[in-house]
Ligand binder design. Sequence first.
Ligand code: F6P
Length: 341
Amino acid sequence: MKTQKVVTLAQFITEQQALFPDASGDLTRIFLDLILAAKIVNRDVRKAGLVDILGTHGTTNVQGEEVKKLDVLANEEFMSALALGGDCCAILSEENDDVVIVENSFKNKPKYIVAMDPLDGSSNIDVNASIGTIFSIFRRRSMAWNPVTMEDCLQKGINQIAAGYIIYGSSTMLVYTTGQGVNGFTLDSSIGEFCLSHPDIKIPKDGKIFSINEGNYSEFPEGVKQYIDYCKENDNTTDRPYSARYIGSLIADFHRNLLKGGIFIYPPTAKAPSGKLRLMYECNPMAFIMEQAGGKASTGAQRIMEVIPEKLHQRVPLFIGSENMVKKAEAMYLSALTQSA
Ligand code: F6P
């Protein structure tokens, strides 16, 4: 009889952490809290159409964007799972104006900080396209017995201890890294467990997909326009034209390109000179995952994970994906900038 061992996410994390005898177990517990919230949000996403929880909630988030009911629910679920777990000292959420300090009476001095976008791509909720949760975990810098500072919260991406995302798509998957490669787990709803389905994910060095909101073409920097034109040219030797694929949900676009090879670009535009995506909640975690999968993530001019954050909701341009594609786009972007200077 042929049998295959099913490895659940909880088992995998516990085994990985056991490789570090000094590990306190706090990180494992944060993951377990995130997994619990993800399962609850997954349930809410799956029944969204049935219980009339779709649609605009009637408020705007700190970015001035429309907030959907599911954004609110997802934020609440992740915030409360993390706060009740008590293994992180602060939570930064794309949905909250300020840092939330976790008060916990039963445990002392947790050292981790979690940044998250509880429901990214929420404009896609109403049309049944994939949406997701992004998270990033880092260690506070100041001593644990002092109050958490802004310096603790505003750290470069290279300081991340772990990062991941949950995609609520045709199936629900959790993809994460702790700096030792990238692994993907698919939720088997019949047993309620995320099971290892995509071990050691690696992105191809070259891809054939470009993902960008081309509707903004007239506002793109010259070098980005040149790169898009390059993607669309006919050339047998490089297998161009490439395919254009853009869902408008970062996780969905990123996930497809990660598995198949490709580039996602959200460049600076005339209206949004720093781009649209948030450094702390979107770009840093995705950059960590992408680099760990063998890809590259850049602002066009600088490695994403080396950007020094100045504020919680800071935006940066994002060029992310297959290494050779990002290098090419970056080169065209920078050379056009130099020529125009
Ligand atoms: O930041 C939110 C978000 O929905 C991302 O998930 C997505 O990549 C991007 O905005 C889409 O922006 P636009 O609608 O401008 O293409």
